[in-house]
Write a protein that binds this ligand. Structure first.
Ligand code: TNX
Length: 515
């Protein structure tokens, strides 16, 4: 009896992990069966991938690169047909474990070996995140740390509840550098998120190079909220971001917000305006004052060019057309506009995503409405047979302040403390929106009040892991009192990753120096 208690205790402090528990894993896995021993990773350990697939080797290399930095163990990636000799890590594809789906995995750790099995490489990639989270937090450091590097033994079977688990960054209100996006992509991958939505244009800035309309970035990208110098991504840089995300099983969804939130374009090309005159660039934070001239044919030539270039840069299935807060577009102009733009996206081989207002139009097959403000709009989408992406501002907006003392953020949808952000169920929020109507969840960060990585992280963390869990873990397995302990255990990891997180008082952080 004494020894059992002791094992559990040591397991939870992370000193000698011999008890595989859910307490360090976010999102919480579907099932964990501990066997009470440990696997010791040492300088003899290598990573074997089954077969010769380049993708499998890449996934294996991702794990090796992560582990080698902090462990210094020099793990190498090798290929093999059968399970390797004891002492190694083995990644393999099964293909016939239906329950695991495209993103699930089974991780079996014994004293002799670590074996990760999935139907698809995406599942292996998610399983690798679990391996990272089972190891001591210092595995996330950027320099060599002292071992031992032990993994508690047992079996984890794990798969996702929703297929779309995303976050969004508004790079229009403030511009963010390519490296800042990559760092957020890495953080999302750590929590098994798989979609990154980029809000690429708004009144204050146009951030993606469009070769057929070069003034969009030259002029329209030249400033941002507060009058800073703004910026934009060249198509080459953008493709680099897409590839970086793809290598982490994250799909990028580009958004061009229209017919409102379009001042940066109207300031760049006079001919887009009804009166033929370019507007002034805008650096404030009001919304709802700009509109495309929906009656002018050149507007549609412009949109078609933009969507064509964007579609060519987008391997993912969706293009987001915005559609929110078009207060300066008459409803009788808005509806045919959204109908026509949907057709244009489809003609370029993509599906449409738009904020919930687009449900006022006739949604095309496969169009998704992103619920942010009005349940009534999302309900209209469901009534049309469309699926809904859940981003209710009062629970899921990363730019809402934690409380009235928060340094950054807004509070028009209320304050969202860490518990409030976690404690809701997408399938049980609005009576007419059921689980089967929902493709998933997305937590957007609007950037009116944040302009760099540290400031953004303060709003993103520690709420993002909670949204990741809402998207991944079955609702029956989620509960705040259990989650807050796991989040507390992630304090050390976030510190090791140098993440500037908000040290919410609601979380019993177990890192001594987390304030
Ligand atoms: C509403 S959310 C907006 C954005 C703002 C955000 C600030 C949405 C579809 N529109 O334009 O940035 O509020 O929280």
């Amino acid at each position: 009896m004494t020894s059992v208690v002791l094992t559990v205790f040591l397991g939870q402090t992370g000193c000698t992990p011999t008890y595989l528990s859910k307490e360090n894993i976010i999102p919480k896995p579907v099932s964990v069966v501990p066997t009470g021993s440990s696997f010791n990773m040492n300088d003899q350990t290598d990573i074997y991938v089954q077969g010769e697939s380049a993708e499998m080797k890449q996934v294996g290399q991702y794990l090796a690169d992560k582990l080698n930095i902090s462990t210094g163990l020099g793990l190498e990636v090798k290929s093999t047909i059968e399970a390797p000799t004891p002492g190694n890590i083995f990644l393999s594809i099964s293909g016939d474990d239906a329950e695991l789906g495209d993103e699930g995995y089974q991780l079996t750790i014994t004293k002799e070996s670590v074996s990760l099995l999935a139907n698809k490489p995406a599942g292996l990639f998610h399983g690798i995140q679990t391996i990272r989270q089972i190891l001591p937090a210092k595995v996330e450091m950027n320099s060599v740390q002292k071992g031992p590097w032990k993994l508690a033994t047992g079996t984890i079977r794990d798969f996702s509840t929703y297929g779309y688990r995303g976050s969004m960054l508004d790079v229009a209100r403030h511009f963010f550098e390519v490296d800042e996006l990559k760092s957020l992509i890495d953080q999302m991958a750590f929590y098994k998120m798989n979609v990154f939505h980029l809000h690429l244009s708004d009144d204050q800035g146009w951030r993606i190079e469009i070769k057929s309309w070069p003034n969009l970035t030259k002029h329209g990208g030249s400033t941002e909220v507060g009058g800073g110098e703004g910026g934009f991504y060249t198509q080459e840089q953008y493709s680099g971001i897409v590839k970086y995300a793809q290598d982490r099983y994250i799909t990028i969804i580009p958004e061009i917000d229209m017919p409102g939130h379009i001042n940066a374009a109207m300031a760049s090309y006079p001919e887009l305006n009804c009166n033929g005159k370019a507007t002034e660039l805008y650096t404030g934070i009001e919304v709802g004052f700009s509109s495309f001239c929906t009656g002018k044919e050149i507007t549609y030539k412009f949109i078609d060019d933009v969507i064509r270039e964007l579609a060519a840069l987008t391997p993912g299935p969706y293009i987001h057309i915005g559609g929110d807060e078009s207060h300066s577009t008459k409803i009788e102009d808005y509806i045919p506009f959204v109908n026509r733009v949907q057709d244009m996206v489809i003609a370029h081989g993509k599906k449409v995503l738009g904020w919930d207002e687009i449900a006022l139009s006739t949604l095309k097959p496969n169009t998704i409405a992103q619920y942010w403000a009005k349940a009534e709009n999302a309900t209209k989408a469901v009534a049309q047979g469309a699926k809904v992406l859940m981003s209710p501002a009062k629970y899921a907006y990363l730019d809402m302040q934690y409380d009235s003392t928060s340094t950054f953020g807004l509070h028009w949808a209320g304050y969202v403390e860490v518990d409030k952000g976690y404690n809701w169920d997408p399938g049980n929020l609005e009576p007419e929106i059921k689980k089967e109507n929902i493709i998933g969840i997305e937590a957007p960060l609007w950037s009116e009040t944040v302009s760099n990585r540290q400031e953004a992280e303060y709003l993103i963390f520690p709420r993002l892991p909670g949204y990741a869990e809402i998207g991944w873990t079955p609702v029956e397995l989620r509960n705040w009192d259990n989650y807050k302990v796991r989040l507390a255990n992630h304090g050390e990891r976030m510190k090791a990753m140098n993440i500037n997180f908000y040290p919410s008082k609601l979380v019993p952080w177990n890192t001594k120096d987390v304030k």
